[in-house]
Write a protein that binds this ligand. Structure first.
Ligand code: GP9
Ligand code: MN
Length: 413
């Protein structure tokens, strides 16, 4: 029965933070374009390799966007698919395995489905085999209308590198697809070139590699630079095709690209030791919310609220004017004046306004030094409660017992 859901629902209702009244519905009726930036970490933003900017386009673009610079990924072993799970459901992925594989038969109340219920055409665009990460199956549970995968793109050896189609042709062909989709649409585009082992060649190599003992880190900057160029071309193309003004464009990094195995090289680049504290800070991924009519002409701003991928669903739905008050979700609207500075990683580490908890140690954010454990204690409880509740929902398929008010209103006569 659904009695377990009652406790969880009570916790969630009590935690709901109401949207900012000026931001709610600010993009009502617009297309929602979400770009999952492969392996994109925040440390490359406004940074350089031997004087060469790594993300010249994005560094300018964030001035015309809301840029969240204290935003964290919360993925586990399911990598990209975990980030998609967080985005769609505002639930945590699992602490082992990939929920896309293990629980694709569950009932969900995903953003794609909610948008479809609200008159949107919902899709994913990703030029890879459709069954990778079990996406073709999971996407049905998430309510996507269509998955534009490898077979919908014209992929050749010339326009491919490493894992598959390069980002520039991917975006190019995706805009052609967009022209054919009914409006308004929601589409999530998943990039691929900035993926381990981070290889770009010839004219796609726009900056020099870094020089350290880690070839992975050395090349990473060059593939990030290529991705930045691809996004730049994409935005221009949206403008040329008249889609830009009718859309909001959201980008986020899916998870880290540089693992702890490269700490030594990373220390060299950052000019400081990668302590457990610094490692948590390296889990920041950029979140960029670009609303043409609102943030263009330098009207964007950098927002340093602490949040994570779990916050995406309520944040984005509220911008489109769709209520989430009744949703079973663990995220909070990042634009809400009541948003709490707190984010928990899938492995139990967490970050608050003043503290970072990592390696069973409480650190001051300010001094980066260890502080008394009691400072982290109240958050520790909240962190494990949320992960635990979220796991219960997934393992027990508890959303079977949840009635989506939105869906109900659409089907009741
Ligand atoms: C594959 C792409 C990369 O389709 O999403 O997956 P990852 O290895 O980053 O999870
Ligand atoms: Mn990925």
């Amino acid at each position: 029965n659904g009695s377990e859901l009652v406790d969880i629902d009570n916790y969630i209702s009590a935690s709901f933070v109401k949207p900012d009244k000026d931001m709610f519905g600010v993009a009502e009726g617009k297309n929602l374009i979400v770009i999952s930036l492969e392996s994109m970490q925040s440390f490359v933003m406004n940074n350089d390799v031997y004087g060469q900017e790594v993300t010249p386009f994005l560094n300018e673009f964030i001035k015309d966007s809301y840029y969240f610079d204290e935003f964290y990924h919360q993925t586990g072993q399911g990598k990209t698919s975990d980030s998609e799970f967080l985005l769609e459901n505002s639930l945590y992925p699992l602490n082992r395995g990939a929920v896309f594989f293990t629980h694709s038969g569950n009932k969900y109340d995903a953003m794609a489905q909610k948008l479809a219920n609200n008159g949107y055409h919902s899709s994913t665009m990703h030029a890879n085999n459709k069954s990778f990460w079990n996406r073709d199956i999971m996407y049905q549970a998430l309510g996507y209308d269509y998955f534009y995968s490898a077979t919908d793109y014209s992929i050749t050896p010339e326009n491919s590198v490493g894992w598959g189609m390069k980002d520039i042709p991917f975006f190019e062909q995706s805009v052609d697809i967009m022209k054919t989709i009914p409006k308004p649409f929601y589409t999530k585009m998943i990039t691929l070139t900035n993926h381990h082992p981070f290889r770009v060649e010839g004219e796609d190599k726009l900056i020099d590699e870094y020089d350290s003992k880690s070839g992975t880190l050395n090349r990473y900057f060059t593939t990030v630079r290529y991705m930045d160029e691809a996004v730049k071309d994409f935005i221009q193309r949206l403008k040329d095709e008249g889609i830009y003004e009718e859309s909001i464009i959201v980008m986020y990094g899916d998870h880290y690209g540089i693992s702890e195995n490269h700490n030594e090289a990373m220390s060299q680049y950052l000019g400081k030791e990668v302590t457990p504290f610094v490692n948590t800070q390296l889990q920041r991924v950029p979140l960029i919310v670009h609303i043409p009519s609102v943030t263009d002409n330098g009207k964007g701003k950098t927002i340093s609220k602490i949040g994570g991928q779990i916050d995406l669903k309520p944040t984005l739905l509220h911008l489109l004017g769709i209520n989430t008050k009744k949703d079973i979700q663990f995220g909070e609207d990042l634009f809400s004046p009541d948003h709490r500075d707190f984010t928990v990683f899938r492995d139990g580490r967490f970050v608050t306004k003043d503290y970072v908890y990592a390696d069973n140690t409480c650190y001051s954010k300010d001094t980066e030094e260890q502080v008394e454990a009691s400072y982290c204690e109240p958050f520790k409880e909240k962190a494990s409660k949320e992960l635990n509740y979220s796991d219960k929902i997934i393992y027990g398929d508890l959303l079977r017992f949840y009635e989506d008010p939105d869906y109900t209103s659409n089907t009741t006569h």
